[in-house]
Design a protein around this ligand. Sequence first.
Ligand code: FES
Length: 78
Amino acid sequence: MASIKVRQNGPYLVDGDDVTLVDWNGVSYPVPRRPFAICRCGGSSTKPFCDGTHSRTGFAAAEAAVPGSQDRPASADK
Ligand code: FES
């Protein structure tokens, strides 16, 4: 089973052996270890992976899971 953990003011932490990270052409990125972190701040020089830049730039993410929220993914509205 795969999991994606949203780190507070940090990257997405992806874990699971059944996860493949691919670009827009479907070409796989080599993943050196698991779990691995995907940049969420946009500042990494090793995108799509996190290189720790978020901690130096003071990246502050607003998103958090809200229990009981009525929000749904955009695709759920179609
Ligand atoms: S989230 Fe870590 S460098 Fe962007």
